[in-house]
Each structure stands twice: as C-alpha cells, then as structure tokens.
Ligand binder design. Structure first.
Ligand code: CR1
Length: 815
C-alpha cells in the first residue's frame, strides 16, 4: 500500500512529463499521458520491487508458456489503493482517468483458461504475500485479433508492442542469459574427471523484461519475467567460446539473426491442442533454460548450499509446456555443479511440481526423439537417462509389459512429456475434483496406482479483485454496503450475503445493478454492430474458446429450436432472450471455424426476421479477450457451461459468472461439480449425460446419432437446416457441421444432450418471470462464490505443494 496526496501526484506527473517528453501536459497525447502515469506508478513501487528474497524465505517460480494478463492500470491502481487521489489529480490536470484505462493495450500473451489462470495466480501470490514469480515468453505478437468477414473468422496479427515497449515492463540487459541450441556434445577428461563439453551450439540470448505484479494493499511486489530472444549483443558478458562460428557470409549472419529472433516472435494460437512444431519446442526450451539458469544464478549469488535448493526454491510447471525444467535443472546440477546423478535427481524431484490441465488426447505433448536429439543434444541425453532409470524401477516393480510401455517416458520414437513430468516431480495435480478423479482413475491410472501420494486436486480460482471488484464496481459497492469491507481480503465472507436473500430491497438493487451492466454492454453492441438488444431480455452468454467439446453448437441448436417454435406459434409466451457468443477458433481448426460461420449466419437470419423481433436476438462479439470479458461477464444473466461431461478440466469463466450473479446452465463437468456442491441443483440448471454415462458410451463406441436424428423430428428439422438452404449465406460450412453430427456420429453428444438441454432452458425461462426468485438465486450464487477466489487456490498450492516438507518417498528417490 502506498499513499500519495493529490498535490504531490500532480507535481510528480508534471515533472515526469517534462523528463520523458519535454512538453507541457496539455500538449501531450493520450498515449503519452498513459506512459507518464505508468512511469510515475513504477517509481512509486520501485523500492518495494526488490529483486529477490531468496535467502530469507522459500520462493516459488511459476513457469508458464502463457500469461494472459489483461490491462494492468486499473488493477494496479486498485491494488495500490491510490485510484481516488490519482483520479482527482488527473482531473485537475484536465485528464480523464477512464480514458487512460480504456486506451491501454490488452496484452494477449495467452489463448484462454490456462494463460488467464496463470495471470490470476500471479495476482493472488502477490496479494496473499507469497514470494512467487512468473517466467514466460515476451511474444512480439500475442494471440491474433479476430475479425468477421462475411461471417467467417479472419485472423489479424496482434501487434501489441506498437511503441516498441510495453508500458509496465523494465528491461534488464545486465541479466540476459545464454541459451544453447543444437551442436555436439561429448565427454572429455579433465584431471581424471569426465566433463561434458557442448560445442558448435547456436547461442541465443534471452533478454529479461520484468513486469511488476502488485499485491492488494500490502507490501508485495512480485515479478513476471518474460524473455525475449535476441542475437547475443557484442557486450554480452557470457562466454560463447564453444559456439558455432558465424563470422561467415552476410547471408549466414542474417539467417542467424532470424533464427534467434524467431523464437519469441509469436504465440501459438492453439488452446488445449498440441502444436508439435520444431519452433514450439525451441520456445519451450528457450524460456525454461533462461528461467532455470536465472534461478541458479540468483541462488549462487546468495551463496546458498546447492544441496538445499529444494528447501529454498519451488518450481512449478504449468502443464507440460515447461516440462524441460526437469532435464535443464539436472543439466545444471550435473554439468555445472558436478553433482552425482543421485544427488542431482534428489534435488530435482523435490523441487519440481506439475499441474495437468486437460485429458484431451490432442493436447498431450509428444516430441519426436529425433527432433529433440538434434535441437537439444545434452537435454535429450538426460531425458534418455531418466527414462532408463525409470524403466528399471518399473521393471523391478511390475511384470505387465503393457503397463510399463504406457508409463515409459520414451515410447515409439516419441518423448511423452506428461510421463516425464509425473516421473520427475513430487506433486501432480488436476484443476477440479472431477478432473483429478479422472486423472487418477482413468487417464493417469498407472501412475496413480504407482505413486498415489504424488496426486492431489487444486480446484482453479479467479482473481476476485479483477473479476468482481474492478469489473463490477456497482455490485462490489452493494456488497460492501451490506457486509462491510472484509470480503475483499477474505472472500469466504461473501457468505454473509445470504442473510439478505429475502430482503426485497436488496434483491431490487441487485436487479438494478445487473440492468445497468446490461445497458453498458448493449451500448457496446449498438456502437460496434448496430444491433439493438433489449437490456430487459435475458442475457444468455457463452464466452470461451471455440472447441467442439465446449459445444457452442448445442447452444446454437437450442436457439434454432426456439426460433422454429416461435415461427410455428407466433403467440407463444416467451421470455425475450439475447444470446451472446464470444469465441476465437484456432486458425487451423476447420470445424471450429465452420461453427463460427454457422452461428453468424443464424444470427443474421434471426436478427433480421421481423417475426421474432422483441423475442430473440443473437450476437457474436468479435475478438473475445480479457477486456471484453470484463464488460460482458457482469452483464450476464445466464452462464453457459455446457461442455460434454468429462471433457472440460475445470473452466474458470463459470466461476467469474457465478461471482457476478449469473445463473449457471451446466453439465456436471469440470468445476461445475463444485458449484453444484455449494449451491445445490435448486440454484442452477443442470442437464445432460453424467460422467459415467459418457465414459460408458466412449468405451462402447458412442451412441447412434443417426438413430436419434431419425426419431426426433424436431432435432432433424434443425440439423437439416444446416444443409437445406434454410440458413442463408451458408454453404460448405453447414455441411461440415452437419457431417460432424451425423456422418461422424456426434463425438461430443450434442444431439444426445439436446433434448435435456431444451428442457433445462425452458425451466430457466420460467424462473426468469419470477423476478424475486431469480434474483434470490443470483444472490445465493454470489454469496457462495468466495471459495473460487484464486487466493484460496494459491494458499492450497502453498500449503499442500510448495511449502510442505516435500521429501519424497525414499524408494522413489533412488531412481
Ligand atoms: C482447460 O481446458 C481449465 C484451464 C485452466 C484448460 C480448462 O478447463 O479451466 O485449462 N486446459 O486450468 C488447457 O488449456 C492445455 O490445456
């Protein structure tokens, strides 16, 4: 927490304006105002933003290939507690703070849930006072910007660093690190000792860019360190004596420059999907190696005992993308520290913990041995050795060769990264109860049976400061008026809101606040798309990545069914609804792109049909991301969480919606299970196959979608609409979607669940007519959402994983 008076701030701002831009405030652009403000804030926190505490307490390093931060100004002001004085000060200088907040770029260095979770965790680690830092990549281009052209997704590069630098970053050239790719590795004898020599490697410089992560009203300022890849600068301190010689031709020099810079050029736009490309493997090793070397350097600087590394440092790998932390740490301990294998292994396995984020087969990373051998020769040797020892451990314990093959790290010419992570870490966690159970009982059963003590659940969470306090100030204000301030640091206190569940005055206020948020969103939709949506209609929202298993298609089929019903029965009594979508598809994911086109075409059809005017609207908001989420989620009445049961590991938008008072329409999948445990089926709408039913179907080849199609004529009509010209401006995309349902037997049970979904939607509509019942349910949702603060999640990670005595089972240690 810092304090600054309005007067002091104004002086500070003015002199910063002169020192940075040498001009008076009233001549500066909006962008310059923003830069000056960020610079003033960075100055204010500079003293607290100390580099390291490594010698006093255990530090956590969270490695993630994505950090989906969102805009920082508003949340930094909130966390520092200086918003009011700064707002006032700026006003007197003729500057509107909200304009500055809105004009900040939104760094999209992530795809979806995984990257946003990492950002929420950073916020929570700082806010609970934990010394926890992030390591990632400073991509020059973040996730593409989405535009719709004739209803189709078109990807536009996200050139977020338009000014060359990011507002909040500080570059630290003195802390650059050398990362080595390719080359030859062999052993040489030195004074009777064997030494690993790496020659002819390609040196790449990792340049650290630090972003401060400010805790909520405390003294913590942690660091997110993002690495940019560069050609080593001339004054680069580290030796490249054994490096490949690039003194050759101009062309060679250019190629080398390209090789180095390409690594941090662009974020892969796949969500829960394995890219499998050489450049991706380079990215993974690049940021992992830079981070591990950075930790090691700090550790040595403090002259700490290397044998106790695991007592001072916790390294967490967010999904398998940073899995190379394992062999990289081993490399340092073996080749640089000169420890024995057993010593090095003991430290490594007690330092590294791993989170699995998905059971989708297509997301499981497997790198070809040949690729890794060539790109990372020394790392590959270490992986091979780990595998050799792991196999001998497995062979000593089991005779079932199939099981051993399944558990092997290297198999069929591929390195299975999840297996590497599990074998080499002391903790493996899933991200919601059902997901962890599925890992233990199905997907990772062999490993769970082998080392059950490694497995644990950590249900995801969200930064309530951003998703409630900052995104929904009116609701936050009401909550504070009712129950005081304490919920801001202890969200379990939200439970006290239940005392007001029969207070009609409070329920009216809740209704009013939701309405106001809906007006804000309606205005945005009007400005952007010239579509007039009625804030009195039910705002029914599905925002997340586009993926077949998330079943935007199920939502659409229900919309089409409703549409037909109204056409058939124009006097039908229906609650007006606005269906809102937001979703990016991976550029190479053809079916997902077809679904976007179909939704857009249906939206056009419905929005232009006077027969359903005032009853139905469909809006697909382009370019969904963190900033739009902050506008959309507080305005939602209904939260669509309708994935095929077993497929969504957790979901986190479900939590954000709940905290903002939306009612969840859900399958019992991911963290919807926990929502259900908290509030019961009477406070949400449930439908669909159970996990058991889905698993049974999957074991027996699915159900027959074509039989269902022929027996349910309502469904048949809607499915046929995809190919019979009923939806204008739809061609091959409709056929593709049709085929996924009928020809390819509906892998995600869309048609199978459609009827039950329709039933649940009907019930929801009925409830909405009873205003107080609806708002009571909304209040109960908010009151029970406290457990989903990522502060809770982070404390659990700390208590059960990072700070627990993590001396792992003896037997395993000997690997
Ligand atoms: C899951 O699909 C989960 C997030 C964060 C995603 C989603 O259900 O909420 O992770 N998984 O845990 C993912 O991106 C690579 O896997």
């Amino acid at each position: 927490m810092i304090t600054i008076s309005k007067r002091k701030f104004k002086q500070y701002f003015e002199s910063k304006m002169y020192s940075l831009y040498a001009q008076p405030i009233n001549e500066a652009s909006n962008e310059q105002h923003l830069n000056v403000l960020a610079s003033v804030l960075k100055d204010l926190i500079a003293k607290k933003w100390v580099d390291t505490k490594i010698d006093t307490e255990k530090e956590v390093y969270y490695f993630s290939i994505e950090f989906l931060l969102g805009r920082q100004l508003k949340s930094n002001l909130l966390n520092l507690g200086v918003e009011n004085s700064i707002r006032e000060g700026l006003k007197e200088l003729g500057i509107n703070l909200d304009d500055l907040i809105q004009s900040e770029v939104d760094p999209a260095l992530g795809n979806g849930g995984l990257g946003r979770l990492a950002a929420c965790f950073l916020d929570s680690m700082a806010s609970v006072g934990m010394s926890g830092h992030g390591y990632g990549i400073r991509y020059k281009y973040g996730l593409f910007k989405q535009k719709f052209v004739n209803g189709c997704q078109v990807e536009v590069p996200d050139n977020w660093l338009t000014q060359g630098n990011y507002l909040w970053e500080v570059v630290r050239p003195n802390k650059a690190i050398l990362v080595k790719f390719e080359g030859d590795v062999y052993l040489e004898e030195h004074d009777g000792n064997l030494k690993v020599i790496h020659k002819n490697y390609i040196p790449v410089m990792a340049m650290p860019y630090d972003i401060p992560i400010i805790g909520y009203r405390n003294n913590s300022v942690n660091t997110l360190r993002l690495w940019k890849s560069e050609i080593p600068r001339r004054d680069f301190g580290q030796t490249t004596a054994n490096a490949k010689n690039y003194s050759g031709s101009y062309e060679e020099a250019l190629n080398y420059k390209y090789y180095t810079e390409e690594i941090s050029q662009v974020l892969y736009p796949n969500d829960s999907n394995y890219a499998g490309r050489l450049l991706r493997l380079k990215q993974e090793y690049f940021f992992v190696s830079a981070g591990i070397q950075d930790i090691y350097r700090k550790y040595k600087k403090h002259k700490l005992n290397i044998h106790e590394l695991h007592k001072k440092v916790a390294i967490h790998i967010n999904d398998t993308h940073p899995a190379l932390c394992v062999p990289e740490l081993m490399r340092i301990l073996l080749d640089i520290e000169g420890l024995s294998w057993d010593e090095a292994w003991n430290i490594t396995i007690n330092t590294i913990s791993y989170t699995n984020h998905t059971i989708m087969a297509e997301a499981m990373e497997k790198w070809p041995v040949e690729m890794m051998k060539k790109l990372l020769p020394r790392i590959y040797m270490i992986v091979e050795e780990i595998n050799k020892r792991y196999l001998s451990y497995l062979n000593s314990k089991y005779s079932d060769q199939n099981k051993i093959r399944r558990m092997s790290i290297i198999n069929n010419g591929n390195i299975n990264m999840a297996n590497l992570c599990i074998a080499s870490s002391y903790s493996v966690n899933g991200v919601a109860k059902l997901h962890t159970t599925l890992l233990e009982k199905e997907v990772l059963k062999d490993f769970y049976d082998d080392t059950p003590y490694k497995f644990n659940n950590k249900t995801n969470g969200i930064a309530h400061r951003r998703w409630l306090m900052s995104a929904n100030p009116e609701l936050s204000g009401l909550i504070t008026n009712l129950i005081g301030e304490e919920w801001k640091t202890d969200t379990f206190k939200l439970k006290e809101l239940e005392n007001y569940k029969n207070d009609n005055h409070v329920l009216d206020r809740l209704d009013e606040i939701k309405y106001n948020n809906k007006v804000l969103l309606s205005n945005y939709i009007m400005d952007k798309y010239d579509i007039d949506v009625d804030p009195n209609s039910i705002f029914d929202v599905q925002v997340k990545r586009l993926h077949a298993y998330k079943r935007q298609l199920l939502n659409l089929i229900n919309i089409m069914t409703l549409y037909h019903k109204i056409l058939d029965n124009p006097d039908m009594d229906i609650e007006p609804r606005t269906f809102i979508f937001g979703a990016k598809a991976a550029p190479g994911y053809y079916l997902a792109k077809c679904i976007i086109k179909v939704i857009n075409s249906v939206a056009d059809l419905i929005n232009n049909d006077p027969r359903v005017r005032g009853k139905l609207k469909v809006v697909f908001i382009e370019n969904y991301g963190v900033s739009l989420a902050e506008l959309i989620i507080p305005a939602a009445n209904v939260s669509e969480q309708i994935s095929t049961t077993t497929k969504e590991a957790s979901g986190t938008s479900n939590m954000k919606f709940m905290m903002n008072g939306a009612i969840t329409m859900a399958t019992l999948d991911g963290a919807n299970v926990e929502i259900h445990e908290l509030i019961g089926k009477e406070n949400m709408f449930l439908f669909g196959l159970t996990a058991e039913e889905v698993l049974n179907y999957n074991k027996n080849g699915g159900y027959s979608s074509i039989d269902l199609y022929h027996t349910d004529l309502g469904l048949k009509q809607v499915v046929d609409d995809l190919i019979n010209g009923f939806i204008p401006n739809l061609g091959k995309e409709g056929r593709e979607v049709y085929d996924s349902l009928i020809t390819y037997n509906d892998e995600y049970f869309v048609l199978r669940d459609a009827k039950d979904y329709e039933r649940a939607q009907r019930e929801l509509s009925e409830l909405y007519k009873k205003k107080y019942d609806w708002n009571r349910m909304s209040l109960i949702n908010i009151a029970n959402s406290g457990v989903f603060s990522s502060d809770r999640t982070i404390k659990e990670y700390g208590r059960d994983i990072w700070f627990r005595g993590c001396e792992i089972n003896e037997e395993f240690n000997k690997l």
